[in-house]
Design a protein around this ligand. Structure first.
Ligand SMILES: Cc1cc2nc3c(=O)[nH]c(=O)nc-3n(C[C@H](O)[C@H](O)[C@H](O)COP(=O)(O)OP(=O)(O)OC[C@H]3O[C@@H](n4cnc5c(N)ncnc54)[C@H](O)[C@@H]3O)c2cc1C
Length: 367
């Protein structure tokens, strides 16, 4: 059978979808993946390396395989012959190491047949046609999942291009004194990295960061919690999504002690503005909103899709209403899918979109 579905974007969201489709019975020849790097972890690895991430932010089920179980805690317990990862996992305390996660990605990549479906190509346009979507001149596909990732790094106004500036998600070392702009997880990680490297740190922030174990309330990861979110009005949903995008990082001694010690030593202070330091690290995340992604922006404009602020209004199953019908599917995974699932930009979110995409394909096939 010819390729009948396509994934645009070959990062972790596209890859999780691919693994899910393969596990769900689709042959490699039925799926085309269009991406910019054959390694699905390439972008993630570069950013995680830049902030010297050692453990995953996610827990045991933060992986790319199709089924949630067995998670990475089981994998690690078997490998290490140690039940501790399982015990920690019971209390939501198990965070796999980055090497463990990357090894797992490499295994899934090898066994899923990814290389047979991957096409090195950036898709510039999507055109709905009868029974499917035309992707540039790459072909027509009945079911398409868009997983383009974040549309570039965000810098505070006036700082991009300044030679003292580096983004936290780009490789860097530390000057003797660094100013870290931001107040979320990447900023907190940078305070610790710079302090460990012997630097003095100025945390530049306009508000106190919130302390939350995950970016989002845990109940959103339950069926009931998510249903509640999806039942909200457009205005309420917008308010919730905005409130969850405020900077936060987890609480705990590992975060607080090094900072408190450095404060006492005079090596850590907080200022509301930049202070002329020799290195400025922008821990300011990514640009937000579909307008920053040319493919999504063109789609919204061409079909007058419903939007709210920077979000495309999706159906609960992550499909784009108006362009999805009983013969074809256009879905979104990763950060632009937050309207359907606020944690879309996590491995759990990648699975959410992937499973619903598979369900759609199956439903269309049985009609
Ligand atoms: C430092 C860091 C650590 C993180 N740690 C965790 C964690 O521990 N646990 C967790 O659950 N989540 C984590 N996340 C969040 C999330 O899992 C990652 O951001 C993940 O990489 C997102 O995957 P993605 O595929 O959506 O985007 P990306 O990894 O950015 O991949 C998107 C890909 O699509 C390509 N693309 C874009 N447009 C097109 C197009 N038109 N045609 C073809 N290709 C295109 C891009 O070039 C890119 O290769 C972390 C994020 C960061 C930044």
């Amino acid at each position: 059978m010819a390729e009948q579905c396509a994934i645009v974007g070959g990062g972790l969201a596209g890859f999780t979808a691919y693994a899910t489709l393969r596990h769900g019975g689709l042959a490699a020849a039925e799926i085309a993946v269009f991406g910019t790097d054959p390694d699905p972890a390439a972008d993630w690895r570069r950013r995680a390396d830049a902030i010297r991430q050692r453990r995953m932010r996610s827990e045991s089920d933060g992986h790319v395989a199709a089924t949630s179980f067995p998670g990475l805690a089981v994998r690690s317990a078997i490998r290490r012959r140690d039940a501790m990862p399982l015990v920690e996992s019971l209390f939501d305390r198990y965070h796999p190491t980055v090497p463990e996660f990357l090894e797992h990605v490499a295994e899934v990549r090898e066994r899923s047949g990814w290389k047979d479906s991957f096409h090195h190509r950036r898709i510039a346009a999507i055109r709905p046609v009868d029974g499917g979507f035309e992707l540039d001149e790459a072909g027509v596909f009945a079911h398409v999942l868009l997983a383009p990732g974040h549309p570039g790094l965000a810098f505070p106004e006036g700082l991009e291009g300044d030679e003292r500036v580096v983004h936290a998600y780009e490789p860097h070392d530390y000057a003797p004194e660094v100013e870290v702009v931001g107040a979320g997880m990447a900023a907190a990680t940078e305070w610790l990295n710079a302090l460990a490297a012997g630097a003095a740190v100025v945390s530049v922030r306009r508000r106190e960061p919130e302390r939350r174990p995950l970016n989002l309330p845990r109940e959103l990861f339950t069926r009931r919690g998510l249903k509640g979110f999806q039942a909200t009005s457009k205005e309420q949903r917008l308010g919730l999504l905005r409130s969850w995008s405020t900077p936060s990082y987890p609480s705990g001694r590992d975060w607080d002690e090094p900072v408190e010690r450095a404060r006492r030593e005079g090596r850590f202070r907080v200022l509301p503005e930049l202070n002329g330091g020799e290195q400025i690290i922008c821990a300011t995340g990514f640009k937000r909103g579909f307008r920053n992604d040319s493919l999504l922006a063109a789609l919204v404009d061409a079909h007058a899709l419903e939007t709210a602020d920077g979000w495309i209004a999706l159906a609960p199953d992550s499909t784009i209403p108006g362009l999805t019908d009983e013969t074809r599917t256009l879905s979104i995974a990763g950060v632009p899918g937050q309207w359907a699932f606020p944690a879309a930009d996590t491995l759990a979110g990648h699975k959410y979109a992937a499973r619903r995409f598979l369900r759609r394909i199956r439903a269309c096939r049985t009609r």
